[in-house]
Design a protein around this ligand. Sequence first.
Ligand code: FE2
Length: 131
Amino acid sequence: MPLAWSDDYTTGDAEIDAQHKQLFQYLADLEEHMNGTIDDAYVKRFLDTLGLYTRSHFCYEEICMRAKKCPVADKNKEQHAKLLDAYTQFRHRFDVEGASTDLISRLHAFLESWLVNHILKIDTHLKKCNP
Ligand SMILES: [Fe+2]
């Protein structure tokens, strides 16, 4: 069942919330494809899109947190670097091995945990930093 967006995830910044919703959408899309045939072309496209979107989203969010002097700005940046490292490992594994049920299922678990844990524990601090 796809991870549902709720108000618990709101950061008080409409643009960041819209970007997070897009990430939820990517997760739902991946979940939909988990039940069908997994092919290299889909997974490549998925990883390419996720990588590009995430880098741009993290950049936007880090600038926003710094501008609002959010107390978790440094922690946010550190976690983003770790998430990007994990993403790079998935990318590398895919480049070497191609798509597999195991890779997709681990990628799904990673993305879901990131959305739930990182947004709820770090990004939502922005709510208190909004004027
Ligand atoms: Fe973040």
